[in-house]
Design a protein around this ligand. Structure first.
Ligand SMILES: [Zn+2]
Ligand SMILES: [Zn+2]
Length: 440
């Protein structure tokens, strides 16, 4: 599977019943920045607004501006002067205040944050948008949403998917090593994500597509088999991670949901970020948190395999469960972010005794299938730990400055993030949360 093959999925009438589509054009290769003026021509763009920060200016921004100007294009640039650009109102405001509204196209040069801001500006100004990727650090390049901090709360803002994604492997291989590590971490998360997607199909009847799942799986296996060489900036390894991340982005668009790329391990990362925004506690980059979340999840899935569902135990647990106490815990643990989570449950009612009973029935009747999915799709904890450790990635919360004792609370809070059925809810349905969390 290479990135070129993504084209075959455009307008693809799939056995899952959907017609899959991926709207961004992806241009990857070695030394391809020279192609940007041509791509601008395809959009009849002569006047360009370019957005980058100090680091991405050095990584590629400067070169892109030169190339565009030599091709006779007019360029207005805004380069963030900040040490670290925060994805919030202030940063969006700076981009807007320096925006050239006469431009024909917006080009972001950067990775996560620059792209998230660029997509917002492109969306509100209704201009075409290109991103020149500078790091294989996360799978959100193609997403039609931006991960932001708004009013002190971490949230996803609707923006737009880039019209063109440009990945020059000679730029990407020089990205900071922790960003490469983060990209691989975001890929490792897919083991859990794919497995949970399948489990959710069984338990809550969620839409599922085998074709998309295997696309992601192949890309993931390629990343893992090349992982050894990533930290030495081996071009093939960097290419595998970047293409893998783009394929995952495409997979989410094909499916129309984030399931192919995110599960409970992403929720663990989200909770850490929510706490960080609301309470100022430490956090790390997205992919690194996801890798740690993956390791913890793999450990818990190994425990889950040894559980024999006990209907009476589960029913008793849910009957005695006090949601009001849980609500108070969420408020204390997540600050004002908790309000969104509480409002969601009001709409969903997944904690109700009746919906629980229905799910429990299905879980018990399909327990063998659920275990086979885990056995088939999930590597062992030891296996992934070895891959990640070899690269020097942090393997525990304490290594990223978070008290290890908080993990049970982080895990319990993951149930409430969105309406996605993940491991923490399955554990709750079984009344076995404590069993999974023992000595975690
Ligand atoms: Zn499909
Ligand atoms: Zn991710």
């Amino acid at each position: 599977m290479s990135i070129k093959e993504l084209e075959k999925y455009n307008n693809f009438k799939c056995a899952c019943g959907k017609i899959h589509n991926f709207s961004s054009k992806v241009i990857t290769g070695y030394d391809i920045l020279d192609k940007i003026p041509e791509t601008c021509d395809e959009y009849c763009a002569n006047n360009i607004f370019l957005l980058c920060d100090k680091n991405t200016f050095k990584a590629a921004g400067e070169k892109v501006i030169q190339i565009l100007k030599s091709a006779g294009k007019q360029v207005t640039e805004y380069i963030y002067n900040d040490e670290k650009v925060v994805p919030d109102e202030v940063s969006v405001g700076k981009a807007v205040l320096n925006f050239n509204s006469d431009c024909d196209v917006i080009i972001g040069v950067g990775s996560g944050v620059i792209n998230d801001i660029g997509k917002i500006v492109a969306n509100v100004s209704n201009k075409p948008y290109f991103i020149v990727a500078t790091a294989p650090s996360m799978d959100g390049y193609a997403a039609a949403g931006s991960s932001m901090e708004r009013g002190g709360v971490k949230t996803t803002v609707k923006s737009k998917a880039p019209d063109v994604i440009i990945g020059d492997f000679n730029v990407l291989k020089d990205a900071p090593l922790n960003m490469m590590l983060s990209g691989l971490g975001d890929m490792l998360a897919k083991y859990v994500a794919l497995c949970e997607w399948n489990i959710a199909k069984i338990i809550v009847g969620e839409y599922y597509c085998d074709e998309i799942a295997s696309l992601v799986r192949i890309a993931l296996d390629k990343c893992v088999s090349n992982a050894d060489k990533l930290m030495s900036r081996d071009a093939q390894a960097v290419q595998a991670v970047f293409e893998g991340l783009i394929i995952c982005g495409a997979a989410m668009e094909y499916a129309g949901i984030s399931r192919p790329a995110s599960g409970v391990e992403h929720y663990i990362s989200h909770i850490i970020d929510m706490r960080s925004v609301a309470l100022g506690t430490p956090n790390e980059s997205h992919g690194i948190q996801c890798a740690i979340g993956t390791l913890y999840a793999l450990k818990m899935y190994e425990r889950l395999k040894n559980i024999v569902p006990d209907k009476e135990k589960a029913k008793k647990f849910v009957q005695e469960y006090e949601y009001s106490a849980h609500k108070e815990f969420l408020k204390k643990f997540l600050g004002k972010t908790a309000e969104t989570l509480i409002a969601l449950e009001k709409k969903e009612g997944k904690y109700s005794v009746t919906t629980h009973e229905k799910r429990l029935e299905i879980i018990i009747n399909n327990w063998g299938n659920i275990i086979s999915v885990i056995e088939e799709k999930m590597p062992s904890y030891e296996e992934i730990l070895a891959v990640w450790k070899k690269l020097g990635g942090p393997v525990s919360l304490s290594e990223i400055g978070i008290d290890e004792k908080l993990f049970p609370e982080i895990f319990i809070a993951t149930k409430d993030i969105r309406d996605k059925y993940v491991l923490s809810f399955l554990a709750w349905d079984l009344g076995e949360t404590d069993t999974l969390l023992k000595e975690m």
